[in-house]
Design a protein around this ligand. Sequence first.
Ligand SMILES: Cc1cc2nc3c(=O)[nH]c(=O)nc-3n(C[C@H](O)[C@H](O)[C@H](O)COP(=O)(O)O)c2cc1C
Length: 366
Amino acid sequence: MADLSIEVNGMRFPNPFVLGSGPPGTNARVISKSFELGWGGCVIKTISLDASKVINTAPRYGKLMSRENGEVIGFENIELISDRPFQTWLDELTELKKRYPKQMVIASIMEEYRRDAWHEIVERVEKTGVDGFELNLSCPHGLPERKMGMAMGENPEIVKEVVGWVKEVSTIPVWAKMTPNVGNPTVPAAAALGAGADGIAAINTILSVIGVDLDTLRPMPTVERYTVPGGYSGQAVRPIALRHVMEIARANPGVSLSGIGGIETGADAAQFMLLGCQTVQLCTGPMLRGYKIIDELQRDLSAFMDKHGFKSIDEFVGKSLDAFTTHADLVTRQAAAKAGNKGQTNRDAETWKGDIEKETAALAGN
Ligand SMILES: Cc1cc2nc3c(=O)[nH]c(=O)nc-3n(C[C@H](O)[C@H](O)[C@H](O)COP(=O)(O)O)c2cc1C
């Protein structure tokens, strides 16, 4: 098996598969279970200083199923950050790091827009011995009403300020977790890196409405007949996440990047690495398929590496990034290729003609 270990910002991951912040890292008991099964690390469910302000609803999940076989392809949640007491978390993190010194424990934190609150949470959590921080600047629902989460992440000025506050006191690596609910993801990422963030994690969930119940006529998930738009995750978001990490990686060559969004297999993970990620995080995948997928993830990534002769992950991080160009360049390249191969061109031209006729007929309703 290829060497799957990887070092990022001084953190040594036994393998690049990290549980993403959410239900899979909801307390020390389940995190321990995942470490026993072989996960390389865990970003814990986001915590804040005052959990009493966090009140969840039920139901809070919705699913988009495949028409063919009922497989869950998209997932919406309106879940908030952790509602467990801060002190409980501090005790559990201390214990967790004592028991699992080799696996990476990254504390996902979120606070109100106050410098003293961010200083306090960083200082108190760092004392537990966690390996790094991930700043949740990206939760798209519930928290923005309190000017937290995505309300910070969509505003580059605030990203810069908050990351700066954290870096004033943190002595361990800090990743900024970005929201995909922006037009140009490189702008808030640049603000975070400019303020000293050691790395970027992307993406958090995409604002969404999973559907409308055709019996009750109420949108889902329905809480006392009402709802709010929630965060979309799972396989369906993977192409959007790939585009986000690609843009961030291309704008910041060599950046420390943790890829998130719809990753469920070793092949999915390899694609994020080829577009610039050293580690990957999985949340909906293990929620739907269980922690035991870690064996399959490692086996498949290793098989991919063997097939291409890659001995370490560093050898192929970002390897596919240079395939992105402009549309004008694609046209030039294709014209040059056609000029260089007349026979092929004629056959292609016939195929395209057929395609265009078919598409035109479809549009005209024939
Ligand atoms: C039920 C649920 C709860 C989540 N809670 C958090 C959270 O507390 N903090 C956070 O940063 N991201 C949270 N996320 C977002 C995930 O960490 C991840 O960014 C997103 O779901 C995309 O990855 P995935 O497709 O592997 O789930 C949550 C996602 C889900 C589905």
